[in-house]
Write a protein that binds this ligand. Structure first.
Ligand SMILES: Cc1cc2nc3c(=O)[nH]c(=O)nc-3n(C[C@H](O)[C@H](O)[C@H](O)COP(=O)(O)OP(=O)(O)OC[C@H]3O[C@@H](n4cnc5c(N)ncnc54)[C@H](O)[C@@H]3O)c2cc1C
Length: 546
């Protein structure tokens, strides 16, 4: 979602919203989850690319962000992970605000979540911990409704055969996510649950005090006068030519996401004074941290050929089977299209004796925070049958930036997005370990006679560290789990972008409530942490104006 501005009218708090929707997203089958992610999401994406990535042989990579009502929650892979208690406790030790600690954030996760049965209504005992979930929120969360029995049973068996390497975790959303567990996803009755279907769903969208403006791009936020540091006006355009303004009686809340929020701030003259003035932008507030500390999780897809027909490729590579499954999905909301693209996740830590810790301080938040993630059982766009493990460095040490386009810093030009993938050698070490862990998992007894061997480049890459590095540099992509470009810091700290109450430092009338405020990326996919940040942000806004 784009920008929200809160204002007061006849003693009633009004929430207005400037948002955008893409007509391209109106595919009749877009709600079928797997299909939606595989085929439709790209159509509703911003056309962003990264700057040349030094850690990736100079490659310029696609950088995915949802450009549609609901933002990236409408285009993402729907994987529901909260992160570890250490991740949120670190927010507290970093900012000095105990409200960000896990025990105080858990109620916000629960306020957001509506736990629902999986599409196939199977018995879920032993697949999650009901004690850490809520049925009363707005974002639906469920377990897999089509859990690919052949590979799933082998994954779970491996947690029994090799518990030291791959311990079973009953629920990776209980605060300690280390281990291998069943994937939870924002899916309800086989269809995506996003912020567009939940917070902007039928129950709320017709509220008289909520206005959603489609196809509108915010260019700047403006102070109430030239000499003022009180922000009250949002400038936007629906055709990138004619500018409009709206004025907030109370405060502006910016939630344009980890790329959009720093971009709007910089366009507004909030950022590094010297750099902005060098681009011809009048500095309103010298806040050098804007756009810095941008953090993402690098991802590599690793594929093994398998001896089974019970895989995603049974329909992703077969148009007839796909059409049949789509009819099944339309008629009964059952079959493989009810799910997202993985069935399990392994969250693992590097060995504490690992040599890398002689050179690098551990970038993870603590012993309950993994360094590595293996998303297991993803589809592959090749003829044949495969097992894919998508590996990610979930506690990366690299830091990148969002800056303005130096040749033409127009608000309507994309910013320079630099996730700085593998800028730190720690991340390369961790990615190597994650890929080797995947190979170890697939060499477990439960996979005997199932795995035929790694596909193409992976086979040779596994032979040496140097070959693996080359494979990683040639194939990694940004994980789209970016945070940090408008990071929180302690109140009164001169660094950082927002105070722990999410108000922009040094000004009044402007708050940020999105993923960009997180100072560290949680060891997780970032949607659930963003929902929890937003729920706390809502409480902060309400209590400010009560
Ligand atoms: C392809 C992809 C897959 C992902 N998969 C997962 C997953 O499976 N699980 C998970 O937990 N997380 C996933 N994520 C990450 C997750 O979706 C994000 O962390 C989360 O959506 C962040 O929320 P946000 O509100 O900060 O930003 P966003 O959801 O990106 O929303 C920002 C919105 O603001 C709009 N905007 C930007 N600039 C402007 C402007 N100037 N004016 C008006 N509007 C503007 C954007 O178009 C967008 O609609 C994925 C992300 C992507 C892109």
């Amino acid at each position: 979602m784009f920008i929200t501005f809160v204002f007061q009218e006849r003693d009633q708090a009004q929430l207005g919203e400037v948002a955008e929707s893409s007509a391209k997203f109106q595919d009749p089958a877009a709600e079928a989850c797997v299909r939606c992610f595989l085929y439709v999401s790209a159509l509703a994406d911003d056309d962003y690319t990264t700057t040349p990535q030094a850690g990736m042989n100079g490659a310029v990579l696609d950088y995915s962000r949802g450009h549609v009502l609901g933002g990236s929650s409408s285009t993402n892979a729907m994987i529901y992970t909260r992160g570890s208690s250490d991740d949120f406790d670190r927010f507290t030790s970093y900012t000095g605000d105990s409200g960000w600690a896990w025990k105080n954030m858990l109620p916000y996760f629960l306020k957001n979540e509506k736990w629902v049965p999986p599409a196939d209504n199977h018995n879920t005992v032993g697949q999650f911990d009901p004690a850490v979930h809520s049925k009363n929120g707005v974002t639906s969360v469920s377990l897999s409704g089509y859990p690919w029995p052949d590979s799933s049973k082998r994954i779970i068996q491996t947690t029994k055969d090799l518990p030291d390497q791959f311990p079973f975790v009953l629920d990776m959303n209980a605060g300690d996510n280390i281990g291998v567990g069943w994937l939870q996803a924002t899916i309800d009755d086989g269809a995506r649950s996003s912020s567009a279907t939940s917070y902007l769903g039928p129950k709320y969208i017709s509220r008289p005090n909520l206005h959603v403006l489609l196809n509108a791009q915010v260019s700047r936020v403006l102070p109430s006068s030239k000499s003022s540091l009180h922000f009250s006006t949002v400038e936007f355009s629906q055709d990138q030519i004619k500018l409009h303004t709206v004025t907030a009686a109370k405060e502006i809340v910016l939630f344009a996401g980890s790329v959009g929020t720093p971009h709007v701030l910089l366009n507004s003259g909030i950022g590094n004074k010297t750099t902005l003035e060098g681009l011809g932008i009048a500095s309103v507030l010298d806040l050098p941290s804007v756009g810095q500390n941008f953090t993402d999780q690098p991802v590599v897809s690793n594929t093994w050929m398998v001896n089974s027909n019970d895989t995603f490729e049974s329909f992703t590579q077969n148009a007839t089977a796909f059409a049949e499954y789509l009819t099944q999905w339309n008629d009964t909301r059952t079959g493989p299209l009810v799910d997202t693209v993985a069935t399990h996740i392994a969250y693992l830590r590097l060995d504490s004796n690992s040599t890398i810790f002689e050179q690098f301080e551990d970038p993870s938040a603590g012993p309950k925070s993994p360094h590595l993630e293996l998303s297991l059982n993803l589809p592959v766009a090749l003829p044949g049958h495969f097992f894919r493990s998508t590996t990610a460095v979930v506690s990366p040490a690299s830091r990148g930036s969002i800056t303005l386009n130096t040749t033409n810093p127009s608000p309507f030009n994309a910013p320079l997005i630099d996730p700085a993938l593998f800028a730190s050698a720690f991340d390369m070490f961790a990615m190597r370990a994650a890929i080797r862990k995947s190979q170890q998992l697939l060499s477990a007894p439960a996979f005997t006679d199932y795995v035929l061997g790694p596909v193409d480049a992976l086979g040779t890459a596994l032979a040496s560290d140097a070959a693996l590095d080359a494979y990683i540099r040639a194939t990694a992509i940004p994980g789209s789990h970016c945070v940090g470009g408008a990071a929180m810091s302690p109140k009164y700290a001169r660094w950082g972008v927002v105070d722990p109450d999410l108000r922009v430092k040094g000004v009044t009338g402007l708050r940020i409530v999105d993923a960009s405020v997180m100072p560290f990326v949680p060891s997780a996919h970032t949607m659930a942490p963003t929902y929890a940040v937003a729920e706390r942000g809502i409480d902060m806004i309400k209590s400010s104006w009560a």
